[in-house]
Design a protein around this ligand. Structure first.
Ligand SMILES: Nc1ncnc2c1ncn2[C@@H]1O[C@H](COP(=O)(O)OP(=O)(O)OP(=O)(O)O)[C@@H](O)[C@H]1O
Length: 317
């Protein structure tokens, strides 16, 4: 389960506006990747291009050998069955209860009987902690529950690739932590390839196996979590540590005057690399690595205190 997504030289423009240029990366099969970037850098456009809802101006997206950026509608229709998508607002039908919302893709795209549908829907509702809420309408539940219902619906066709757009938008930090734990647990159970678009630095630091950063119309960096969290590259270090000092300004890049006024101000030291979230039942995930493994393998000394469960367990490379 879980298939690789290979993106090569992808460029997207709307008219004369370039959104991003020459994006190349591979989402490893079965691993969790996060895409970060300042507002308006085209993260949602990237998700929509991966699933073929938007056509790129150039480049390729290979999934199981099919270039979905350039294939026929019929092939795209087949490949789309591999995807589950959780949109930002959950995209629930307001007049249907949660059960019918979650059952919707099965009734639309399969010939399963109502009793088979019931088994699948209840399984996904259990996975997302929604048993007992089947008869609630989307307007009667909290934002966190709506996201989980959207997730249950994204899971009913057993996706190989799960695309998740800003799961933390509108959620408080506690609910965000719960949904992050749910992603880790789900990833271990279904072994699909996850791509999460987020603004939440905590999510980016603790959840994924890989991190990408879109900035100023290009992919600034994509790679293993520890690589980006120990990177001194100014854009990456500034964004991943939520600093004001660095090249990213209030609206995209700082101008020459702003940068000149910061001359001589050193970037703050990198904070410790946190431990990655683990599954709640200890089940291993395909993308999970030993804490500090990437740093050790690549001769990188992580900031002091990295990978500490508590002070006594600090791991140094
Ligand atoms: N269908 C469209 N037609 C024209 N322009 C579009 C279209 N969709 C998105 N854009 C533009 O593409 C740019 C990137 O939008 P996108 O929503 O992908 O950014 P984002 O990084 O997801 O932002 P945010 O973090 O604020 O959600 C924006 O300038 C937006 O106006």
């Amino acid at each position: 389960m879980g298939v690789e997504v290979v993106v090569e030289g992808l460029t997207k423009k709307f008219g004369s506006q370039t959104i991003w240029n020459d994006v190349t990366l591979t989402l490893p099969a079965g691993e969790i990747s996060v895409m970060l970037g300042p507002s308006g850098t085209g993260k949602s456009v990237f998700l929509k291009t991966l699933i073929g809802l938007l056509k790129p101006n150039s480049g390729h997206v290979f999934i199981e050998g099919v270039d979905i950026a350039n294939c026929k509608e019929k092939e795209l229709y087949e490949i789309r069955k591999l995807f589950g998508v959780l949109f930002q607002d959950g995209a629930m039908f307001g007049s249907m209860d949660l059960y019918d919302n979650v059952a919707f893709p099965l009734r639309e795209h399969t010939r399963k009987s109502e009793s088979e549908i019931r088994t699948i829907v209840m399984d996904k509702m259990e996975l997302t902690g929604l048993v007992g809420a089947e008869r609630k309408l989307p307007g009667e539940i909290s934002g966190g529950m709506r996201k989980r219902a959207g997730l249950a619906r994204a899971l009913v066709l057993d996706p190989e690739i799960l695309l998740i757009d800003e799961p933390d938008s509108g959620l408080d930090p506690v609910r965000t932590s719960y949904i992050n734990q749910l992603f880790i647990d789900l990833n271990a159970q279904i072994d699909a390839t996850f791509l999460i678009v987020t603004h939440d630095i905590n999510t980016a630091r603790r959840v994924p196996d890989n991190i990408g950063l879109l900035y100023h119309k290009h992919l600034a960096m994509f790679g293993p979590r520890e690589m980006l969290l120990t990177s001194e590259e100014p854009v990456v270090a500034q964004f991943l540590n939520a600093q004001t000092v660095g090249p990213i300004g209030m609206s995209e890049e700082k101008d020459a005057d702003e940068l000149a006024s910061e001359a001589g101000i050193a970037m703050p030291a990198l904070p410790p690399v946190p431990l990655q979230l683990e599954t709640s039942d200890g089940r291993p995930r395909r993308g999970q690595r030993d804490p500090g493994a990437w740093c050790r393998d690549n001769g990188v000394t992580p900031p002091p205190g990295s990978f500490a469960r508590d002070a006594d367990q600090a791991v140094t490379a």
